[in-house]
Design a protein around this ligand. Structure first.
Ligand SMILES: *[C@@H]1O[C@H](CO)[C@@H](O)[C@H](O)[C@H]1NC(C)=O
Ligand SMILES: *[C@@H]1O[C@H](CO)[C@@H](O)[C@H](O)[C@H]1NC(C)=O
Ligand SMILES: *[C@@H]1O[C@H](CO)[C@@H](O)[C@H](O)[C@H]1NC(C)=O
Length: 277
C-alpha cells in the first residue's frame, strides 16, 4: 500500500509482477551444453534430468580417497573429458604410479531425475582385471539438492566390486542446480488484489487532492465523487431495507392511520357538533 502512494516504487512493483506473470507462462528454453553426453536410451525424461545439471558443465570436480595403503584421486566432469582423458567422464588416478583408469565414459550415460536429486550413471569404463567377472567399470554420481551452496565438493561413497556383475563406484555431490524451482509466492488472485488496492488508493488520494486543491471543497465534500457515493450509500441502505426488513413498509402507514387519525379528528368532530347547537 505504501509503495502505491509513491509512483516510482509502485510502477516498479507492478512491472515486476507483470514480468513474473509472463515468465511463469513461458518456460526458459534449455541450452545444449549437455549434448556431449550420449544417453543409452534417449528418452525425454533422461534428457530433462541431464539438462537440470547444465550449471555443472565444464567444472572439474576432484576428490582424494585413501583406503588402506591405496591412495587415489578421482576426477569427475559432466559431459567433458575428465582429467583430459578423451571420452572419460570419471577417472581414477593412482597417486603412486600416476596410472589413470577410466571409471566411466560419457558416451554411455544414464540420467535419472527425482524431485530434488539427479542420478548420473557413466558406463563402459575400463575392464576390471580381477574383480567383477572382468566387466567394465561404471560410475554413479548422485547429485542432491542443497540450496545453501552453488555446488559442493565431490565425495567418494564406496566402491562396490565384491560382486559378480554390475559393480560400481558411487560418488555424491550437492548442488543447488537440481533443486526444484520455488513456486512464486504471489498467486494470480493476490496480484489482482494488490492492483485493485493500488487503483483504489490512487483514486482516493488523487480525488481528495483534486477536490481540495482545485475544486476547493471542505470537510466530507473532499472525498472524490462525494455526491455519487452518498447516493450509492442511500441506495444500498434502501436495498438492504427492502431485502432484510421482515414487515412490509406498505402495512405500516395503514396501521399508523388507524391509531393516529381518530385522535386528531375526534375533537374536530365534536366542535362541528357543538357549533350549530
Ligand atoms: C582439474 O583440477 C585439477 C586439480 O585442481 C587440476 O590439476 C586439473 O588441471 C584440472 N583439469 C582441468 C581440465 O581443468
Ligand atoms: C599395501 O599394498 C601392497 C601392494 O600395493 C599390498 O601387497 C599390501 O598388502 C598392502 N598392504 C595393506 C596393509 O593393505
Ligand atoms: C564409447 O566410446 C568407447 C571408446 O571410444 C567405445 O569403445 C564405445 O563403443 C563407445 N560407446 C558407445 C555407446 O558409443
Amino acid at each position: 500500500m505504501k509503495a502505491c502512494s509513491r509512483p516510482g516504487r509502485g510502477s516498479v512493483l507492478l512491472w515486476t509482477l507483470w514480468v513474473q506473470l509472463v515468465l511463469s507462462g513461458s518456460g526458459v528454453s534449455a541450452g545444449d551444453a549437455t549434448k556431449n553426453c550420449k544417453l543409452i536410451t534417449d528418452s525425454k525424461s533422461e534428457r530433462k534430468a541431464l539438462e537440470r545439471l547444465e550449471p555443472l558443465v565444464k567444472i572439474n570436480f576432484t576428490v582424494e580417497s585413501k583406503i588402506a595403503n591405496e591412495s587415489y584421486t578421482y576426477v569427475f566432469q559432466l559431459c567433458g573429458d575428465a582429467g583430459g582423458v578423451p571420452g572419460a567422464g570419471v577417472i581414477q588416478e593412482d597417486k603412486k604410479t600416476q596410472k589413470k583408469t577410466i571409471i566411466g565414459r560419457y558416451n554411455t550415460t544414464q540420467a535419472i531425475g527425482g524431485s530434488d536429486w539427479v542420478m548420473l550413471i557413466y558406463g563402459h569404463g575400463d575392464h576390471y582385471s580381477v574383480h567383477c567377472s572382468k566387466e567394465t567399470r561404471q560410475a554413479i554420481v548422485m547429485i542432491s539438492c542443497d540450496r545453501k551452496i552453488d555446488m559442493g565438493p565431490l565425495e567418494v561413497v564406496l566402491e562396490d566390486r565384491d560382486r559378480l556383475h554390475e559393480c560400481f563406484y558411487l560418488f555424491e555431490l550437492d548442488a543447488s542446480a537440481v533443486c526444484p524451482a520455488i513456486e512464486s509466492k504471489l498467486s494470480t488472485g493476490s496480484i489482482i488484489l494488490i492492483i485493485a488496492v493500488c487503483v483504489l488508493a490512487v483514486y482516493l488520494i488523487g480525488g481528495f487532492l483534486y477536490q481540495r486543491l482545485i475544486v476547493g471543497a471542505k470537510g466530507m465534500e473532499q472525498f472524490p465523487n462525494y455526491a455519487f457515493w452518498v447516493e450509492v450509500g442511500n441506495m444500498t441502505a434502501d436495498g438492504c431495507d427492502f431485502v432484510c426488513r421482515s414487515k412490509s413498509r406498505d402495512d405500516a402507514p395503514a396501521y399508523r392511520g388507524v391509531t393516529a387519525e381518530p385522535l386528531e379528528e375526534e375533537p374536530e368532530e365534536r366542535d362541528d357538533h357543538l357549533l350549530p347547537m
